[in-house]
Ligand binder design. Structure first.
Ligand SMILES: Cc1ncc(COP(=O)(O)O)c(C=O)c1O
Length: 387
């Protein structure tokens, strides 16, 4: 049997990982500034996380949500404290798309309405409603197409106000990434987020913060949207939550009340996933990783801004993007195959840095040195061709 070939892949077989490093089957060591797409939060194979999972595996890995699962409550309590949302409620699932799917469904149940506002260049996942709220026609199958989603221009306050003036009473939810990831690391303005909050309050719509990529400490705050001094009604989370163990969750404000049967899942909240997620929050707290993301991230952003050859450095914490001009467009591949550094990409020609939140300043410096060398050899090559 062949694999269903949907991924353009690099010909690298990673067999070992530790902290911010991974090794391939030939023994080559790579610095990982991609974190397997923003998933590695506390560092690969962190010993506390490994122990947590091992211990749980020896007790019980899974039982369904038909019995008491105290480790879910333990996770909810620790997550409430770490995120500062102690009065919110936690619903657990297995992935980011599921988190958004459930958030949108819940908003519709709660308001009794159908319309969803999403924004240009948004990415919210690949399940039916999540993909319909994603601004990429290529991944929306005919069956996912719906008139229930309206896309408005990102950061356009006038367009948002006008839309609500005409349609506010039918809006179930507004869903937004405070820092768009797949969209190329584009930051929502604070005033835009505050306006969404104000309009959702005025029209009794639900504010959904998609924090799947920008959340869980990555921006240097627990939730990126916190920077605007507002609360969302629902926060969706996944990626960094399990440090690679599949788990997702939604935090739900107290005014949205549950009913039995309203949402449900077989695997969501299983013992093993909760142990992995608890391992993550414990390490985040013990090692002050949110603060580290803020410090090392600010340092990286400042240093990157000093490099003339790359353009438009942006982001917050350890969610950083910059544009790669056409003349040095092979930069990302050169970093990977000549300097052994994984980075992420966004189209067209954007490099994304999404490392573990434990990235050290030394590792940031190692990257900066390699980046300058890679740029230097690319520009020299170009000059040699032109001469
Ligand atoms: C902002 C955002 N939302 C949702 C998702 C979907 O998450 P998953 O791939 O776990 O379904 C992603 C994945 O990249 C994402 O970046």
């Amino acid at each position: 049997m062949k694999l269903f070939d949907v991924y353009p892949i690099n010909d690298i077989n990673i067999v070992k990982a530790e902290g911010s490093y991974v090794w391939d089957d030939k023994g080559t060591k790579y610095l990982d500034l991609y974190g397997g797409h923003a998933v590695i939060s506390i560092g690969h194979t962190h010993p506390h996380w490994v122990r947590r999972i091992e211990n749980q595996l020896n007790q019980i890995a899974f039982y369904s949500n038909s019995v008491q699962i105290p480790i879910q409550k333990e996770l909810a309590e620790k997550l409430g404290k770490l995120s500062g949302k102690e009065d919110y409620q936690l619903f657990l699932i297995n992935s980011g798309a599921e988190a958004n799917e459930n958030a949108l469904k819940l908003a519709s149940f709660y308001t009794g309405r159908k319309n969803i506002v999403a924004f240009t260049k948004a990415f919210h996942g690949r399940t039916s409603l999540a993909v319909a709220a994603t601004d990429n026609k290529n991944i929306v199958a005919p069956v996912n197409e719906t008139d229930n989603i309206d896309f408005l221009p990102f950061n356009d306050e006038e367009a948002l106000k006008n839309y609500f003036q005409s349609n506010g009473d039918s809006v179930a939810a507004v869903i937004i990434e405070t820092i768009q990831g797949v969209g190329g690391i584009t930051m929502a303005n604070k005033s835009f987020l505050q306006l969404i909050r104000q309009l959702c309050d005025q029209y009794k719509s639900v504010f959904i913060a998609d924090e799947i990529q920008c959340g869980y400490g990555r921006s240097g705050r627990f939730f990126a949207v916190d920077g605007a001094g507002i609360n969302a009604d629902i926060y969706t989370m996944a990626k960094g939550m399990g440090n690679g163990f599949p788990i997702g969750g939604i935090l739900i404000a107290p005014h949205i009340q549950p009913k039995h049967g309203m949402l449900g899942t077989t695997f969501g909240g299983n013992h093993l996933a909760c142990a992995a997620a608890l391992g993550v929050v414990e390490v985040m707290e013990q090692e002050n990783l949110v603060e580290n993301a803020n410090e090392v991230g600010s340092y990286l952003i400042n240093e990157l801004k000093k490099i003339d050859a790359i353009k438009n450095v942006r982001g917050e914490g350890l969610m950083i993007g910059f544009d790669v001009p056409e003349e040095i467009k092979t930069l990302r591949k050169d970093l990977l195959f000549q300097h052994y550094i994984f980075t992420g990409e966004a189209k067209p020609n954007v490099i994304r840095l999404l490392p573990a939140l434990s990235l050290s300043k030394q590792q940031a410096d190692d990257f900066l040195k390699a980046l300058k060398e890679a740029i230097h050899s690319l520009t020299n090559k170009k000059e040699a061709v032109e001469a």
